[in-house]
Ligand binder design. Structure first.
Ligand SMILES: [Zn+2]
Ligand SMILES: [Zn+2]
Ligand SMILES: [Zn+2]
Length: 205
């Protein structure tokens, strides 16, 4: 028998939110392999062969900006059925690692696989994660092009994830703005410009 892959992995693209199955090679000439999103080409993960039959997997988390590095033994990877990979800092789910069949079942919305991994979120998890990443990236892009500001005159705005909501808050006056990031329509409803309103400045007069 020829072992071609140690296992497979599927990571949510931190740019476009899509998820695709990639092989993690058992034998490889190159020490470093970059996995890219099949949809947008964004660099998703960097795999590096280490001594002693181990491999490191580096993944960025768009929620906290942290780069996560996981080290696995290839032997163990070969026997993994299906496991969640999440950001160490904020537990944001980054993807899955395991055998191809199990991952493909999960991605084709197999209910049993979902319930095992996501007892409360179930079948909609992948779609929700895709929307969440889409909204996060949209907010990030808007912030960097000056399209998010506060009516107090400042544009030093931070974003925080609370479940399926993204809360924007002004570093100067503390005003907040909540964006829902759960359904595809939430992404479509974001305008070109977001203005945080200081309570009492508008409306009350
Ligand atoms: Zn992508
Ligand atoms: Zn994170
Ligand atoms: Zn403000």
């Amino acid at each position: 028998m020829l072992i071609r892959e140690a296992c497979c992995a599927a990571f949510y693209c931190q740019r476009c939110g899509q998820i695709h199955v990639h092989e993690i090679p058992y034998f490889s000439d190159a020490r470093k392999t970059v996995l890219r999103c099949d949809t947008c080409g964004h660099e998703q993960a960097v795999l590096e062969r280490l001594n002693g039959g181990r491999i490191s997997v580096e993944l960025d988390c768009v929620v906290c900006g942290e780069n996560n590095r996981f080290v696995f033994s290839l032997k163990r990877l070969h026997s993994v059925q299906l496991e969640k990979i999440y950001c160490r800092k904020d537990h944001f789910e980054l993807g899955y690692i395991g055998c191809r069949k199990k991952i493909e079942e999960l991605l084709s919305f197999n209910q049993a696989e979902f319930e095992a991994l996501h007892p409360s979120d179930g079948k909609n998890f992948i779609e929700k994660q895709r929307v969440l990443l889409g909204v996060l990236n949209r907010v990030d892009e808007m912030a960097s092009t000056g399209c998010i500001s506060c009516s107090c005159g400042h544009s030093d705005i931070s974003a925080e994830l609370h479940g399926h909501y993204i809360v924007l808050s002004c570093a100067n006056c503390g005003s907040c703005y909540t964006l829902r990031a759960e359904k595809a329509s939430d992404l479509a409803h974001i305008g070109r410009y977001i203005e945080l309103l200081v309570p009492g400045m508008a409306g009350d007069r």
